[in-house]
Design a binder for this molecule. Sequence first.
Ligand code: NAD
Length: 372
Amino acid sequence: MQAKLNVIPFVSVDHMMKLVLEIGVERFVKELATYIEEDFRRWESFDKTPRVASHSTDGVIELMPTSDGETYGFKYVNGHPQNTRFGRQTVTAFGVLADVGSGYPVLLTEMTILTALRTAVMSAVAAKYLAPKGARTMAMIGNGAQSEFQAIAFKEILGIDRLRIYDIDPSATARCKKNLEGLGFNITACASTEQAVEGANIVTTVTADKQYATILTDNMVGPGIHINAIGGDCPGKTELHRDILLRSDIFVEYTPQTRIEGEIQQLDSDHPVVELWQVIAGKAYGRTAEHQITLFDSVGFAIEDFSAMRYVRDRLEETGLFEELDLLADPDEPRDLFGMILRAAKPASANVEGFKVSPFGHNVSSQVSIDQ
Ligand code: NAD
């Protein structure tokens, strides 16, 4: 796709929205699920490291790198729960794929929308292996930016068509309900978490608060439930009461990262967990009994972003939904980087008599200017 080495495809927010609309969000989540499952099956071929986090009072900024030996990827992502009060997103992101052989980037893309899609798809893929058979009803606690994406992925991948939704902010619940109208859901807006979880086969917690919160207490979780815990994803930021964890079989993405960031930060560091890739690859069991409580302790891992960017990159040629970004300085003679700047300078005559314009735009006297 790349005509020139220095020009890389850039997927803007506008192009990402068009991509989702052109492909169709339903097809998008289903196809993305196959990319994630494919990459989870070859988990062992990836470089893995807990993400690099920079914490502050109000939030966190994280870098999430991985590589499969041919392609390198990283995502920049933040999490700032107070942001929505000031008209900003809690989570924003962008990402890069690069060719391992040359080190040259091959894709730069917005990832705020893509993160919501990949998080939802990851949750639904996990639920495919962990949720009780025939599950149709999901409670969703927290009706913010991620929520509709979660609902749609669960519908497409699992067949969830009944939603019971709750948010401490009723306007968030109303917006979520309205946005999902006409997409084939039967939606009940609930007045409390207790009410929302009644009769649900799956409970998704997707709230944002930079503290140890207790969105679900032990008494709310009956046998046979699958919990999809999304919002506890930083040190000191959890959503479930510890007692729930002690009754659950816990599934994680990458254990070393989840021990730091997930719900299991509340448990001893040797508490048994199963990595989801093992279930997907057929090396470990998912749900084995009807009464079992399963918990997907989701924090988001770099390989999911890698899969999502791989999916987007594979759709660009057919859709043309990208622009070419002049990102890399790439002189004809690779070692003549400075010469490239000189050649780009305007002719020296285009300025006030007695002065020349340096390649850097400053006025300099003719004696010290660079002669071209
Ligand atoms: P958001 O700020 O848009 O929405 C969060 C919603 O939670 C808000 O509407 C808020 O009113 C509600 N809320 C807060 N406390 C609540 C409570 N006690 N009960 C019910 N509702 C409550 O945030 P978002 O972008 O939707 O993200 C939600 C969470 O998901 C964040 O914590 C974010 O860090 C996390 N997240 C996780 C992953 C992952 O891979 N695991 C990926 C993306 C986001």
